[in-house]
Design a protein around this ligand. Structure first.
Ligand SMILES: Nc1nc2c(ncn2[C@@H]2O[C@H](COP(=O)(O)OP(=O)(O)OP(=O)(O)O)[C@@H](O)[C@H]2O)c(=O)[nH]1
Ligand SMILES: [Mg+2]
Length: 189
């Protein structure tokens, strides 16, 4: 296995890795740029970036160095069969509530939007479980510097957890995420 390889694609509990390696979850609304940011962090086009959001139905575990970055299905956009949608959101909820290997979370948020109920629930989930959470306000390339600064203040006030401005496209701000992960003892990005 090489760094950035897809190691597991899981939905049910029995499909999850059993090696006990730490897991950092990439969460957020469909189209916020989870997969793009994961690729930027790994410096490799490994996760699928969708022109049509809402198609990721499984949890994808990408190997780093004895730990995983986990690309979760996005919420708010799922297309297709309602029963499928219920099945994967139930599986993801179960994973988030019970998984002991989760050591950190990155909540990806389009910088131009305010957090919705789902984002705030994920923030509360992280605080409830004691999982360190970083909000990545993505697509900063879409805004002027002044506007980006204003959004940083607004999002910081709404989330009340650390927020960093990033662009998966230009890779600005990616170092701040790497540094945060290094601070958790997660090397290799
Ligand atoms: N301008 C700009 N576009 C971005 C950036 N990051 C992602 N995008 C675009 O946003 C769209 C969605 O990106 P994805 O990475 O597929 O988003 P996702 O959150 O993984 O979406 P789902 O898998 O559906 O949950 C794509 O068209 C990307 O090219 C960014 O930093 N800047
Ligand atoms: Mg994706």
């Amino acid at each position: 296995m090489n760094k950035g390889d897809l190691a597991y694609s899981a939905l049910e509990e029995r499909e999850l890795p059993t090696d006990g390696w730490p897991e950092v979850v990439m969460m957020g609304r469909s189209n916020s740029g989870k997969s793009s940011l994961l690729n930027a962090l790994l410096n490799r086009k490994t996760a699928r970036v969708s022109a049509h959001p809402g198609h990721t139905r499984r949890m994808h575990f990408y190997e780093v160095v004895r730990w995983y970055l986990v690309d979760l299905p996005g919420f708010g956009y799922a297309v297709g069969d309602l029963r499928d949608k219920e099945r994967f959101s139930r599986a993801v909820d179960h994973y988030l509530m019970t998984r002991q290997a989760i050591v950190g979370g990155i909540l990806i948020q389009d910088i131009r939007r305010d957090p919705g109920a789902e984002e705030l629930m994920l923030r509360d989930w992280a605080q409830g479980r004691g999982v360190p959470l970083l909000v990545a306000a993505n697509k900063v390339d879409k805004l002027s510097k002044t506007a980006a600064g204003e959004r940083l203040d607004a999002l910081g006030a709404q989330y009340r957890v650390p927020v960093v401005l990033v662009s998966a496209r230009t890779k600005s701000g990616i170092t701040a995420i790497r540094d945060t992960l290094l601070g958790l003892g997660l090397h290799g990005l």
